[in-house]
Design a protein around this ligand. Structure first.
Ligand code: PEP
Length: 208
């Protein structure tokens, strides 16, 4: 399987013009790009950062997995640590979102930082190991620890579940997580907003 390199733009950029420019620079490199919802349809991006657990109805402000699917989105990040922290998403909420995303035909990328966040049923999931201390801090996880966690996640979730690494990935360290620690890909936050850096990450992992 070709490594999956996922760009999480988070709540950036603040104008459509910048979003179009960033997307035009990175789209050919072949990653999964997850911009904010408001840019999805214009960019025709293949990834989203979250979704709701219902298909439709009286849920003001929510975006359903069916809406994403019908726009052409293929992947959706669920349970990012920022959603757990700022929006109080629990494992229970996250499992409802995972089920709904799978039902709509999306591929969910479940973010975890501890083993207790792995659901019982992992069929159809991609899991991203994102240690809290490494997210947005510039303090990437050591290859040894990441490798141990990858093995533990595979043991708990099943050998066929793809496991990604996320947390302060850059063009220098990206290749090691895939080639030395055995991850099937990467979830990239900050560095995905820098087109040159993001393209170098993909090059190093996929062709390096
Ligand atoms: C993330 O938020 O998923 C992430 C990995 O961020 P960063 O790459 O900036 O650490």
């Amino acid at each position: 399987m070709k490594p999956l390199i996922v760009a999480n733009w988070k709540c950036n950029p603040t104008t459509l013009k910048e979003a179009k420019l960033l997307f035009s620079r990175v789209k050919k490199a072949g990653g999964i790009i997850c911009p904010p919802f408001v840019y999805l349809s214009v960019l025709r991006a293949n990834g989203a950062q979250d979704c709701f657990w219902e298909e439709k109805g009286a849920f003001t402000g929510e975006i359903s997995p069916l809406m994403l699917k019908n726009l052409g989105v293929k992947y959706v990040i669920i349970g990012h640590s920022e959603r757990r922290k700022y929006f109080k998403e629990t494992n229970e909420i996250i499992e409802k979102k995972l089920k709904a995303a799978l039902k709509a035909g999306l591929k969910p990328i479940l973010c975890i930082d501890k083993m207790s966040q792995i659901p019982k049923n992992t069929k159809g999931l991609i899991i991203a190991y994102e240690p809290l201390f490494a997210i947005g801090t510039g303090q990437a996880c050591s290859i040894q620890k990441a490798k141990r966690m990858r093995t533990a996640i595979k043991r708990a979730a099943g050998i066929t579940v793809p496991v990604l690494y996320g947390g302060s990935v850059n063009a220098q360290n990206a290749g090691e997580y895939v080639k030395l620690a055995g991850f099937q890909g990467l979830l990239v936050g900050g560095a995905s907003l820098k087109p040159r850096e993001f393209i170098d990450i993909i090059k190093n992992v996929c062709y390096g």
